[in-house]
Design a protein. Structure first.
Length: 417
């Protein structure tokens, strides 16, 4: 295949020298095309330009994007590298790990920084070549094996990392029956390995599995849910637990709940007394990490922190006094208005702000369109937030001021780190 030929050339002394020169030129001159003095075939020139475009796209996911190489599909599927390093820590130090459905090797490289032996398995020769190249560029040792997952027999009871293909039909899916390899094959791995960590979409549920995971993890970074993990036989976390992990300012924070908290939110489980809500709405409201919502454990988090949950769909947390917690962002409630565009515009004219921030939880609002309608004033210093949510099953706009960390209540509740 032509792409494999180009990847092998890129691993050569000449290929890496040309690549590093191009990266330096791109960074220095912000060029969008290769300089004419670099003598390359049209095919190779196109290949390098494509890799430079992938490097730009990879900046959100990787700290050194020029050290990685991709196809479009494999970049889209790759784990965020910060999450890859964090989930690699679930495996025992100095263990042997098979990374099955390894793609371009993001998880394999992260595992190789911790584990004694990493074997990356993928049935796509391009993926295996990319893994070899990415491992070499990141100065770790990874062995590749090009074969289907179904053909594997796990000797010596290794640990397994698995990122099943959720786009085998071309569209991204969350249903377990659509995964490749199939659950039957995954069950075989469970019987042959010491422990297994499987990456699944945040919306996938293990409820109907005959052998449910002993630990479920949700991971978020930069206020975005990155992945869900199902874990069997790894002892970093308590068994039968739900782990919420959030990377904030390059530091990981964790909350651990019993598995019974998973999805526990139903009618009657949340604050619904009108008097209580109206009293609380005069005080403080908090937005919280999206991984908590993804795990449907908003109620458990509210109860742990002594807060009230505004709405059963996981709107916001309410409390008479804010408490410092890395997964919460607190606001002081200023006013509660009906979700009426004209009334909102009138309010913002009467009480102007230099900038308005918008957040919506459980309410469908076109925030981009609304932001164009709300007036701002360059003469004002304050930045205000409008939080959209349901209050007593009615859509409301909550005008609020963000609290800086240094003015939060100094009393902090313990967290499970």
């Amino acid at each position: 295949m032509q792409l494999i030929e180009e990847l092998r050339w890129l691993r050569s002394t000449e290929g890496l020298s040309v690549w590093e020169e191009l990266v330096a030129l791109q960074e220095k001159e912000r060029q969008k095309s290769l300089p004419l003095q670099v003598k390359l075939t049209d095919r190779r020139r196109h290949f390098l330009m494509e890799q430079l475009s992938y490097a730009r796209l990879a900046r959100e996911k990787f700290p050194n994007p020029e050290h990685w190489f991709w196809t479009k599909r494999l970049l889209e599927q790759a784990s965020d590298y910060w999450c890859a390093l964090e989930t690699a820590a679930d495996f025992p130090d100095q263990s042997k790990v098979l990374d099955i459905c390894s793609g371009a090797g993001a998880d394999a490289v992260a595992l190789a920084r911790r584990c004694a032996e990493v074997i990356a398995v993928d049935q796509d020769p391009v993926a295996c070549n990319l893994t070899e190249l990415n491992a070499a560029r990141n100065r770790v040792h990874v062995v590749t094996k090009c074969c289907s997952a179904e053909s594997l027999t796990l000797a010596d009871s290794p640990y397994v990392h698995l990122d099943p293909d959720r786009r085998s039909t071309g569209a991204k899916v969350s249903a377990l029956r659509e995964f490749q390899p199939s659950w039957e094959t995954i069950s075989t791995f469970l019987n042959q390995c010491q422990g297994l960590s499987m990456k699944v979409a945040p919306a996938t549920t293990p409820a109907e599995l005959p052998n449910p995971p002993s630990v479920v993890r949700f991971l978020s970074r930069n206020k975005s849910v990155r992945q869900q993990r199902w874990i069997w036989g790894l002892d970093r976390w308590p068994q039968d637990s739900l782990v919420i992990s959030a990377c904030l300012r390059n530091e990981w924070h964790h909350e651990i709940f019993p598995m019974s908290a998973y999805g526990r939110i139903k009618s009657g489980d949340y604050t619904h007394s009108q008097d209580v809500i109206q009293d609380s709405m005069k005080e403080f409201i908090a937005d919280y990490e999206p991984a908590i919502r993804a795990a449907n454990c908003s109620l458990a988090m509210a109860q742990r922190l002594g807060c009230q949950l505004l709405h059963q769909e996981g709107g916001y947390l309410l409390r008479s006094q804010p408490i410092e917690h890395p997964m919460l962002r607190w606001f002081r409630v200023v006013e509660v208005l009906p979700l009426d565009r004209k009334k909102l515009i009138a309010y913002c004219r009467k009480f102007p702000a230099r900038q308005w921030e918008f957040k919506s939880r459980g309410v469908e609002v076109n925030l981009q369109e609304l932001s164009r309608s709300i007036p701002t004033s360059a003469d004002e210093d304050r930045i205000r937030t409008i939080l959209f949510s349901k209050v007593e099953n009615r859509h409301r706009a909550i005008i609020a001021d963000s609290l800086a960390n240094d003015i939060l209540n100094s009393t902090s509740l313990p967290t499970s780190n």
